[in-house]
Every structure is written in C-alpha cells, then in structure tokens.
Design a protein around this ligand. Structure first.
Ligand SMILES: [Fe+2]
Length: 286
C-alpha cells in the first residue's frame, strides 16, 4: 500500500461525522412536523414559512413539470396540500443536503454539482421504482437514494491519495470499487453514509439501505428498501444518468430483481421517466 494512504479509525470517522454542518433547527422542525399525526396543513405551512429557502424550493417544486399542475401555485398552504406531508419532508431533507452534496470532491474526481446530479438521479429513480413495485412509503426510497453516497463528502479528502490505487486494484482483481475502498481506507463511503444518517436520527431502515446500497442482500430490517436503492443506483450508473465514480465492477445483485419482482426491461423503461426530471431538477441547491 502507498505510504501516502491513510487508514481511518472508528474514532476518526465519528469525529468527522460530528463535524458535518448540523441540520438547521428550522429544517428539523419541518421534519418533525411532517411526522406529527396531529399536524394540520395550516400549522405545517407556518412551520415551513420560517425557512425562506425551503419555502422557495417548495413553491418551485409545486410549479415544476414534475407535478404538471395547470394552475400556478402561489401559497405554501396550496403547495402543502398538493405535494403532501411526505414530499415536504423529502424537500426539507434535500434542502439541507443539497449544499453538502453539491461541492466538488477531488478525491473522487467529481466536479462541483456532479455528486448532486448523481444523487438526485438515484433519488428520482428509487422513488419511481418504489411506486412501480408498491414499496411504501415511496418518499423513504427517495431520501435513501438521495443520501446513499453522502459518505463520499467525508472520504473525499482521504481518497485524494488513494483513488488511483483503489481504481487500479479494483480493475486488476476485478472486485468492486467500494470493497477496495474499505480495504485501503478502513471504511467505505456506504458505511460512512450510514453513520451520517444515524447522526441525523434517521430511521434505522434508511440507515441500513445506505449501508448496504452496494450489497443489498446484507440488509435485514427492510431488505426491499436496500434492494430498491441498489437497483436505482446501478441503473443510473449503467445508463449514465447522473454520474457514478464507484461504478467500477459494480454489478446488479440478481437478488434485487427477484426480491422486487421486476425484470431488467421494466427497470430500464422506468428510466425514461427519470431523465427529464434530472434535467429539470426542482430539488437542486438554490
Ligand atoms: Fe455508492
């Protein structure tokens, strides 16, 4: 191993996760409000209005071609009714993570905006797939898809010295990129992503789907969610929708197609719906 490659220890990972910008309280309040069974549309709208950029994004989404609404939506209350509480929650999470996912990641050779583009592509695909195979709640698939590579935002600085070697070994041994990443750095980006999700108190099944997004057969809490985001990630990489840098030797787990009872043809047809959403991304950073 190159002397320049630094292996991470568990306490170093925990410290790096703790250093990520905390979720703003205004966003946390929206997430909690969306989960509150007793919350009314009017009350949720008031909570949303406390965050200007979230308010702007919600109106942007409600008026986007994604929803294809004929009439212009001008108030947050109308948008909340139209989008539903779960979509508002996804938007709140997106509005925080968009900033983190939009930066350049030199360790993975990603220019500014490229990780965001891949992440939002996988999120849209995972939600579309969840609708197709009736995997509820579909917004959970969207959020898991959005966050599956967020661990790269931490690992990137360590990968700057390791990327070439990880790539070389992956090609020589014909083993998946993330396995070599874990071998050389001590952790792969999937594990780091799961730890970030845990630090944000996301549900354990969402944390699990991120942890096993390359190897979904390892999931036990909600395997269908892990298989859904795995297929979405693999489909986006294969079709070049968005971009993936850990696509090397990344095969589709055949179990995913069986578990979700979907054929490769049907999966590829879903992708026709995703391309236009990505090119007109209403969730992107303001
Ligand atoms: Fe990944």
């Amino acid at each position: 191993m190159s002397a320049l490659i630094t292996r991470l220890t568990a306490p170093e990972v925990a410290a790096a996760v703790a250093e990520l910008p905390p979720m703003p309280s205004s966003i946390q309040e929206v997430i909690s409000a969306c989960d509150d069974q007793d919350m009314t549309v009017g009350q949720l709208s008031q909570v949303v209005l406390r965050d200007q950029s979230l308010t702007a994004n919600i109106l942007k989404l409600a008026n986007s071609s994604f929803y294809g609404h004929a009439r212009r939506v001008t108030t947050v209350t109308e948008a909340v009714v139209m989008l539903g509480f779960s979509a508002i929650k996804s938007l709140a999470i997106s509005s925080h993570t968009a900033r983190l996912l939009s930066g350049s990641l030199p360790g993975y050779g990603l220019q500014q905006g490229e990780l965001w583009r891949h992440s939002i592509s996988v999120a849209f695909t995972a939600r579309r797939l969840a609708v197709e195979v009736q995997l509820a709640p579909v917004e959970e698939a969207f959020v898991a898809g959005l966050l599956l590579d967020i661990g790269k935002t931490i690992l990137s600085s360590y990968m700057e010295n390791a990327f070439e070697e990880v790539t070389r070994i992956s090609q020589e041994r014909r083993v998946p990129f993330h396995e070599v990443e874990a071998e050389l750095l001590g952790f792969d980006h999937a594990e780091l992503g799961a730890q970030i999700a845990s630090s944000w108190s996301f549900p354990p099944e969402l944390e699990e789907a991120i942890r096993f997004h390359h190897s979904p057969s390892g999931a036990t809490l909600k395997p269908t969610l892990a298989h859904c985001v795995h297929l979405a990630d693999a489909a986006c990489m294969m079709l070049g929708v968005g971009l993936g840098t850990d696509g090397l030797m990344y095969g589709i787990d055949p179990a995913s197609l069986a578990v979700l009872d979907i054929t490769p043809d049907r999966l590829m047809r879903l992708m026709d719906d995703v391309g236009p959403l990505v090119s007109n991304d209403p969730f992107g950073p303001a």
